[in-house]
Design a protein around this ligand. Structure first.
Ligand code: SF4
Length: 268
């Protein structure tokens, strides 16, 4: 992005009474090499029109020195394709200065805030979204209980290809042991027969859901939108397993060869 800077100093809210605005403008023009304009209320329609006029003339990086960036966010929002940096010389300088503060120090503090804002504008670039060339639309659901069954069904209905992995040899989880379940419809007074079997049937019948029972996820690599997943048989050891806890006395036994190392073969 070729930057064209415009810096603006607001003299409202007591800023103009407390600071030498001409000297402050000089910091912007001479030290930071940016055009600088001042106005008594940059947040007002006239002040914004001043900035917007410059933007129409090509300014795409705006430095506004006045109130805190926590306020007037909408007034100073000139669009996502513009860089806007706010220098806080109101709350951080003018409004918090001691009554007997040396004006020279106050002025220097304001100058530093202006320098910082200008420097930040110089060093800021518009973010460019990182876009994968090809984004995977496959969804992995881990766990075949009620939550996993629901997630898999809904994702499949939304058109995604789903793989549902379950450690045990059948889907349904703890809900398979339920005799009754909480009511799901008005008047909310009668327990209902469990719906988990119907949910399992729905998942098994869905053409875009692949069910892997007696399986676990061994490893997930890659990054969002481009994950790669490796499966393993349930309870099988893999070099990618999280290490088991080994107490100090157990480590002694392992070192003496009197106990099997539970983490043997794992990646360090
Ligand atoms: S609110 Fe901010 S922009 Fe508006 S006059 Fe006060 S310092 Fe200037």
């Amino acid at each position: 992005m070729d930057k064209k800077y415009g810096a603006y100093i607001c003299t409202g809210c007591g800023i103009g009474d407390a600071l030498d605005i001409e000297a402050l403008s000089g910091v912007v023009t001479s030290e930071m090499s940016m055009d600088c304009k001042t106005h008594q209320a940059l947040c007002g329609s006239e002040g914004r029109a001043l900035i917007e006029g410059d933007i129409a003339g090509g300014v795409n990086t705006v430095v506004i020195c006045g109130c805190s960036p926590r306020v007037m966010e909408n007034e100073f929002n000139f669009g996502d394709d513009k860089i806007t940096v706010r220098g806080n010389i109101r709350e951080q300088v003018v409004w918090c200065r001691a009554e007997d503060a040396d004006p020279e120090y106050v002025q220097e503090l304001a100058s530093d805030y202006v320098r910082m804002a200008c420097t930040r504008a110089q060093k800021t670039d518009l973010p460019e979204p990182y876009q994968l060339e090809e984004m995977s639309k496959k969804i992995l659901v881990m766990g075949g209980g009620v939550a996993g069954l629901t997630a898999a069904t809904e994702a499949a209905k939304a058109g995604y290809e789903v793989t549902l992995v379950e450690k045990s040899d059948k889907l349904g989880g703890k809900a398979l042991e339920w005799r009754k379940q909480l009511p799901t419809k008005a008047p909310w007074t009668d327990l209902e027969d469990p719906s988990v079997s119907a949910m399992v049937s729905e998942v098994e019948a869905a053409s875009n859901i692949t069910v892997k029972t007696s399986s676990e996820v061994a490893r997930i690599g890659g990054s969002p939108g481009n994950f790669g997943v490796t499966f393993k048989a349930a309870d099988e050891k893999s070099e990618w397993d999280a290490p088991a806890k080994v107490a100090v006395d157990e480590q002694d036994l392992i070192d003496k060869g009197e106990m099997e190392d539970p983490n043997a073969g794992l990646k360090p």
